[in-house]
Design a protein around this ligand. Structure first.
Ligand code: GAR
Length: 205
């Protein structure tokens, strides 16, 4: 069975939801570790309560995309046997850009959830970007992480309708509900070996 690590920076609701779905739906993957880059990440306590080991790898001012930081992540991941051969890494609100070295090391083994229908509104504050642009629909995307920002092959997407009186917060809430549906589904597909990357697309069997 694959070993799963989930990386978070804060609240950890996607992490919690994935961990619960693994138990409930018997997804064939073993959650071995949750890593936060911030010691006060709320999700750490939730992970502990759900019986998953936690580690803090503090960024200490090191900018995203930095191998000095990411190599520390690799050491911790290896300690818990999350390897390129038998591991999956889920970024769940992990608000750092990964370095090219990290991405190459775990090529095809890193998933991310993004709160927009990519390729629209990549990067930060996607819900605000959607509101300000005036789109009528937005949503979320689970994708593989490649060396660009939110550019990797798309696995699953879900759409929400934006109403005239929506705010950034109300959009975020609607999108989060959909995130909680599609991220565990994507983990299940991956764990069952059902996702193939072909060029920049995925084919799901
Ligand atoms: C989620 O909405 C996720 O899509 C977003 O952060 C939130 C984390 O919530 N991620 C990004 O914006 C990545 N660019 P959570 O900690 O409750 O899962």
């Amino acid at each position: 069975m694959l070993n799963l690590a989930i990386l978070i920076s804060g609240r950890g609701s996607n992490m919690e939801n994935i961990l619960k779905a693994i138990k409930k739906n018997k997804i064939p993957i073993k959650p071995v570790l949750v890593i936060a880059n911030k010691p006060d990440a709320k999700g750490l306590d939730i992970a502990k309560k759900l019986g998953v080991k936690t580690e803090i790898v503090e960024s200490n001012g090191l900018k995203g995309g930095n191998w000095e930081y990411d190599s520390k992540l690799v050491s911790v991941l290896e300690k818990y046997k999350v390897t390129p051969q038998n591991g999956l890494i889920c970024l769940a609100g992990f608000m750092r850009i990964m370095s090219p070295e990290f991405i190459r090391h775990y090529k095809g083994k890193i998933l991310n959830i993004h709160p927009a229908i990519l390729p629209s509104f990549p990067g930060l504050h996607s819900q605000r970007q959607a509101l300000e642009y005036g789109v009528k629909y937005s949503g979320c995307t689970v994708h593989f992480v490649d060396e660009g920002v939110d550019t990797g092959p798309i696995i699953l997407q879900a759409v929400v309708k934006i109403k005239d009186d929506d705010t950034e917060e109300s959009i975020a809430k609607k999108i989060l509900k959909q995130e909680h549906k599609i991220y565990p589904k994507a983990v299940k597909l991956f764990a069952k070996g059902k996702i193939k990357i072909v060029g920049r697309k995925t084919i799901i069997s």
